[in-house]
Ligand binder design. Structure first.
Ligand SMILES: [Zn+2]
Length: 362
């Protein structure tokens, strides 16, 4: 790290205090009876000086400090997550910098003196994601990942584009009708961004071995499909064996949900299944077996709903890739209830004593 820079954040002064507006709704108060903190922040906002030059730059503004005092102040400010590497962006090519400007400024929120926004972007650009499903959720996740500049996406689906898809699968247009979704989606990405390579896999996943072949070498698996019925459990098994995080989501009635599994860190998806079976066993008999109208499945994923959920799933996948912040849905059902004012809730599930996968992990 050569030159520290204050992130693009508002700083206020009130009496003998400096107020750092670190987030939109968060203020950090620092005591500053001599005004030296405010001056240091002013110099850091310019981002022109190396650490070694800071005492001199401060001295020019009438503040006398030692190297050790500057180091201590920088460590404190970095601990408050308000400093970044002023030269970070310069390590990226000009075209990358321009294209991903807003992504880089988003990463600023998580950057530090030791990890620049460019470092975070580079992690994304090197990432390989297995995306299962190119429908309502998968096509939205694909667009979000391409926008972020994910390096490689292995996209699996065996559907063709139908006119009914166009209400919510915005990656497809009229010209794509009748084409395999994975091919039409790859063409969209190719025309959208040269930084993302899509490997289209035009087939239906039915077994663990083919998931294993596809997932090997990936950084995260996103499942945006729900058939065959045991798809999530098959992916869970593979991700557990390979140590790859796994993100999934879905819509039932008016309830959006998404969750993830962090192998080695959280209980797996099989644990949830076993917990649910235990809970179902406690239900009165009429609730266990009482379904007498079982209608055919309908798809209620209207465009905005699919966009919300696919965006949240893409965000969760990126947390595993970038390590900017911890995954929010690891072994936790995150729910958004559309019929109840978009209320959000989160419920964690625990490890089941009879889960062979988690048991094998010790
Ligand atoms: Zn488990």
């Amino acid at each position: 790290m050569e030159r520290p820079r204050l992130k693009s954040i508002i700083v206020q002064r009130a009496g003998s205090q400096v107020i750092i507006c670190r987030r939109a709704l968060e203020r950090v108060y620092l005591d500053d009876p001599t005004g030296s903190v405010a001056t240091l922040l002013q110099v850091l906002a310019e981002g022109r000086h190396t650490v070694g030059e800071l005492p001199g730059a401060l001295s020019e503004r009438g503040v006398s400090v030692s190297d050790a005092e500057v180091s201590a102040a920088l460590a404190h400010l970095d601990g408050l997550e308000v400093l970044a590497d002023a030269d970070g962006d310069d390590r990226l090519d000009e075209d990358v910098r321009r294209r991903h400007q807003s992504n880089l400024r988003f990463y600023d929120l998580f950057a530090s003196l030791h990890r620049s926004s460019a470092d975070i972007h580079t992690a994304v650009a090197r990432a390989r994601v297995l995306l299962v499903g190119a429908g309502g959720l998968g096509s939205g996740v694909l667009q979000a990942l391409a926008g972020l500049g994910v390096g490689e996406i292995v996209l699996v689906d065996d559907d063709i584009v139908e006119v009914k898809n166009l209400a919510r699968q915005f990656v497809y247009g009229l010209a794509a009708l009748g084409r395999p979704k994975v091919l039409a989606a790859s063409d969209w990405v190719a025309g959208y961004s040269p930084g993302t390579r899509v490997t289209p896999v035009n087939r239906r996943i039915t077994d663990v071995q083919s998931i294993q072949d596809l997932a090997t070498g990936c950084d995260v698996v996103v499942c945006a499909a729900d058939s065959p019925p045991d798809l999530h459990l098959m992916i869970n098994e593979v991700c557990f064996a390979l140590g790859i995080p796994f993100v999934a989501g879905g819509l039932a009635y008016s309830t959006l949900s998404y969750w993830s599994v962090w192998p080695g860190r959280t209980p797996c998806r099989q644990c949830l299944e076993l917990n649910r079976a235990d809970e179902a066993a406690e239900l009165p008999a009429e609730l266990r077996d009482g379904v007498f109208i079982d209608p055919p499945r309908v798809n209620r994923a209207t465009g905005p709903v699919a966009q919300i959920l696919s965006g949240l799933m893409a965000m969760e996948a990126m947390r595993y890739v970038t390590h900017t912040d911890p995954p929010v849905a690891a072994a936790a059902y995150n729910v958004i209830e559309l019929a109840d004012g978009m209320t959000t809730s989160r419920s964690s599930w625990s490890r089941h004593p009879k889960c062979l996968l988690c048991d094998g992990a010790g």
